[in-house]
Design a protein around this ligand. Sequence first.
Ligand SMILES: Nc1ncnc2c1ncn2[C@@H]1O[C@H](COP(=O)(O)OP(=O)(O)OP(=O)(O)O)[C@@H](O)[C@H]1O
Ligand SMILES: [Mg+2]
Length: 317
Amino acid sequence: MTPKAQLKQYNKSSVKILEIKNVTKVYKKRIVLDNINFDVYEGEIFGFLGPNGAGKTTLIRIICGMTRPTNGEVFICGNSVQHNFEKAVINLGAMIENCQVYNYMTGYQNLLYYANLYGKIDHEKIDEIVEVVGMTSRIHDKVRTYSYGMRQRIALAQALLHKPKLLVLDEPTNGLDANGVIELRQTLKILASKHKMAILVSSHILAEMQQICDVFAVVDGGKVLDIRSIDGNESKTNKDKHIAISVNYPNYACKVIHSELGIFPEIAGSSIIIPYEQATLKEVIDILREKNVAVYDSKIETKTLEELYLDILKNKK
Ligand SMILES: Nc1ncnc2c1ncn2[C@@H]1O[C@H](COP(=O)(O)OP(=O)(O)OP(=O)(O)O)[C@@H](O)[C@H]1O
Ligand SMILES: [Mg+2]
């Protein structure tokens, strides 16, 4: 299944908010983004996951109109960022590295200042957003007295002031402690589920993506290698499963399976592991018993997200 087809299969809503179409970026003959295509839907938290230098910030800057793509186009609610910037960014809220929060003002004054830039100040709306980001009790304190995580929340509130349909966050968990990550996750879940926002969040930390996102794209060397859903069994294909059989002589069992089925099982402790798509459980057990291998236990296991991630990076062309 192609990444795009997979994404279609997993999306919760059919309302497309962000569309990345054939985006390529070349810096001095070096391809930094190579024909990126994916969509993010209303109510979906989409993770853009990849190692340092993969191209995450570059794509996010292109989405925000801060960098021009060499090829391709980005649409937000159907409006092209490259050709219809003002209309497109009405629906965009973004938090990119080194966000601008003024230390000498209170959190509330910061938000008032930005609300003013958008035109009209609606105090009720500001209060509502302050509550969403969990800053009600400290909002009238000076920003210089805030912790790093609190500053991040103010930056997030700034990005939400104009009620955008799309929120884009570049490595928002950087510098947050475990609690901060949990709180950010809760806030993003509320924004996606209750406020129906589409959220694109980049990270190089798989464990965090696993907890925050519904769907994630693995990017490396500027290429999207795969797009996967994180939870829900419907996302798991046979490719994500393996058969684990505990036996008395794993080395001998491997030889038997190889000679009978032409498959090379892996050994994990006293178990042999076979990709589910390569054989059925019954077939493997029958062969082992026929060759007098004692089978103690057998099960079909689903790969962890970490195994999937490593598989994706390993299988890249
Ligand atoms: N202005 C620029 N000029 C030249 N090369 C650039 C420029 N900006 C980024 N690059 C290159 O593009 C590649 C992708 O960079 P990018 O910052 O998008 O990666 P990233 O995935 O965000 O990495 P990290 O996890 O370290 O933040 C890198 O090789 C980087 O050196
Ligand atoms: Mg980056």
